[in-house]
Unconditional design. Structure first.
Length: 659
């Protein structure tokens, strides 16, 4: 045990916009560290961390993949995350369990939409981050422009610790600025950058004399490990250039994983995958305590206990039994039946917060042939929803319809492939439709006196008012417990979010405050479930009186096109109800940044690519839900009986609705 506690360990996530070279970088890291003997390739489908068939075929990462290696005596768990926006939920889950991160930027494309979003999430969680500028040998590689962009869009505290040698095809590597023989001017720039950000170092710098480089480097290491400064290094992952230096920089500038193995258990399940022979694989990051084979652990989230059958380290398709998992480490735990993503093992005390990035904006209906068993498809989709909770698979028994939520079209292609290869199921998907939301048009009250048919008694009055954009639901009660017992108040509070799942137009109601201002029960006639029945009727009564406004998803977009196409793009944006900043000319390309409603721009990337003959890029990230113009109408068929039809609703809830 003491030996394990002394092991130095790091958990590092590799993040980037799609095509910046994450998986290639990971592959070369594993090769340079001696973890693999031969290099795989993304393009030929042989990368270790791309283990799914669809990943090998498309040359993209779909799943966050875990690999472990040792460098300079430090054990490193490395997670290669997907770069494509359709798989943002995987990135989100990986972020939560990382102690440090490498953000890869392309020396040609620079800071892209998703790089910025990931950076903001890393900063929100306070994760120390190192920048790796990749593809330095490509035509158009411009490290100075990338650094300027990174300082503008990401942080002014990004500091290069290397100097690139040669440009584009002439690039031959980078010189370490801490080396005694480094270029004097470039070194001075580094020291000045540090002095500007630290008063003690500024005093030291101003005092003159020969700087003690080891002291200055230690200061930079401490600031980087604390997430105050962000070192930047250069390389060409595809040629293995700069990979050894990147590994050294991780050891130099990143903190070690904390956690006490002797403390009570505290761990998080951040990923679920399936093993054909062993069943459900729970990827667990342990913050405190130790888990061993055959231990019984408590699943805090589900209030159940489960016996661990095996603990393994996984690399792509290979696994190795390690027998135990200690604080600060990550491994795959088998035997936790029914475990879900986000489940807490043991105590939640040591688990960090999460950064929400992924918002599924499209809903899709799943179709299958008459000769296929409904239950097989529903079961398979439910299993996939356990692996990715954002799918929100919903089976509507009355309508015999299965609906899922997705981020985009590539995710559908991947689902199609997985359903066929893993389950032998052939499905098709209906056209994607946008997920709208609703918010109250104003303030008002909802009231329900649920007194019939006996025996029942529940009286509720809610005050409903709009909240700030993005605030979700805020609920409170100002009712005294003498008027309404705490158990009934708790039941009401539990049912309010459920009641808001479908508003007047059938969409989720959000950005509002609901206050319980009056509540009454009867000593003899009230049953706790009366408040489960009454709450949706009271809430819908209020929404019906006040009215709701539709909200639609808005994307932040970045479009890069040849200069001659810029006029048409701006015209297109106006036609799609979009807005944009003044375009920026970069070489012969125009960069146009703006905001677009998702509903009007679903097919636009294809249209754009078509008329620019593939010489354009369109990147988008979810920005916000905003009110729709008055002429936009979007109604969704309600699932189940509407609580506004109180008599029918009461009967249906009481399982007495006939026909």
């Amino acid at each position: 045990m003491n030996q394990q506690q002394r092991t130095e360990r790091m958990n590092i996530g590799i993040f980037a916009h799609v095509d910046a070279g994450k998986t290639t970088t990971t592959e070369h890291i594993l090769y340079e560290s001696g973890r693999i003997r031969a290099l795989g390739s993304v393009d030929s489908g042989t990368a270790v961390t791309d283990s799914m068939e669809v990943e090998r075929q498309r040359g993209i990462s779909v799943r966050a993949a875990l690999a472990s290696f040792t460098w300079q005596g430090v054990e490193v768990n490395l997670v290669d995350t997907p770069g494509h926006v359709d798989f943002l939920s995987e990135v989100e889950r990986s972020l939560r369990v990382m102690d440090c991160a490498v953000l890869i930027l392309s020396a040609v494309e620079g800071v892209q939409a998703q790089s910025e979003m990931i950076w903001n999430a890393l900063r929100k969680l306070g994760i120390p981050t190192l920048i790796f500028v990749n593809k330095m040998d490509r035509t158009g590689a411009d490290p100075e422009a990338v650094l300027a962009q990174a300082r503008t869009y990401l942080s002014g505290d990004i500091i290069p610790v290397q100097q690139p040698l040669g440009k584009e095809q002439e690039y031959s590597g980078a010189a370490d600025l801490w080396d005694a023989h480094a270029d004097a001017a470039a070194r001075t720039e580094l020291l000045e950058a540090l002095a500007e950000r630290d008063e003690a170092l500024l005093e030291l710098y101003m005092s003159g004399g020969e700087p003690d480089l080891s002291h200055w480097k230690r200061e930079m290491q401490a600031a980087s490990a604390a997430g105050r400064l962000f070192p930047l290094v250069y390389g060409v992952a595809a040629k293995g250039l700069g990979i050894t230096e990147l590994l050294d920089a991780m050891i130099d500038y990143f903190p070690r994983a904390g956690g006490d193995a002797s403390q009570p258990l505290s761990g998080l399940v951040y990923n679920i995958q399936r093993d054909k022979s062993m069943g459900r694989m729970a990827f667990v990051r342990l913050y405190q305590g130790t888990i061993r084979n055959r231990d019984t652990v408590t699943n805090y989230s589900q209030e159940v206990q489960a016996k661990v059958t095996q603990i393994r380290k996984v690399e792509g398709g290979r696994t190795e039994d390690v027998g135990s998992l200690t604080a600060g480490d990550i491994a795959v735990v088998y035997g936790l039946s029914g475990v879900r993503i986000g489940d807490v093992l043991g105590s939640p005390d040591a688990i960090p917060q999460e950064a929400k990035l992924a918002v599924p904006l499209l809903t899709v209906r799943v179709f299958w042939g008459a000769d296929t068993d409904d239950h097989k498809v529903i079961g398979a989709m439910q299993e996939l929803a356990d692996e990715d909770p954002q799918l929100g698979a919903e089976w509507l028994p009355e309508e015999r319809e299965l609906h899922i939520k997705v981020m985009g079209p590539i995710q559908l292609e991947v689902l199609d492939s997985v359903l066929e290869s893993r389950y032998g199921l052939k499905v098709t998907f209906g056209p994607p439709s946008v997920i709208y939301k609703e918010t109250p048009s104003g303030s008002g009250e909802g009231y329900i006196a649920y007194l019939m048919p006996k025996p029942c008694w529940a009286i509720l009055r809610f005050h409903i008012e709009p909240g700030p954009p993005g605030s979700g639901l805020v609920y409170e009660s100002v009712v005294r417990s003498s008027d309404l017992l705490p158990q009934y108040q708790n039941e009401t509070a539990r049912r309010v979010p459920e009641a808001l799942q479908q508003g007047l137009y059938g969409w989720e109601v959000t950005d509002l405050k609901v206050t319980l201002v009056e509540g009454n029960h009867h000593v003899w006639h009230t049953h706790p479930l009366d408040f489960a029945v009454a709450t949706p009727m009271g809430i819908m009564d209020g929404l019906n009186r006040i009215g709701t406004r539709l909200l639609e998803p808005i994307l932040a977009v970045r479009i890069v096109v040849p200069e001659e196409n810029a006029g048409r793009v701006m015209n297109d944006l106006v036609q799609m109800r979009g807005s944009f900043e003044p375009p920026v000319l970069q070489g012969e390309r125009m960069i146009i940044e703006g905001r677009l409603p998702l509903a009007t721009s679903l097919d636009y990337p294809v249209t754009l690519s078509s008329y620019t003959k593939g010489r354009s890029t369109f990147t988008s990230v979810f920005a916000a839900y905003e009110p729709c113009p008055p002429d936009v109408h979007a109604e969704r068929t309600r699932r189940g009986v509407n609580p506004l039809d109180q008599a029918k609703y009461i009967l249906s809830v009481r399982k007495a609705l006939q026909g």
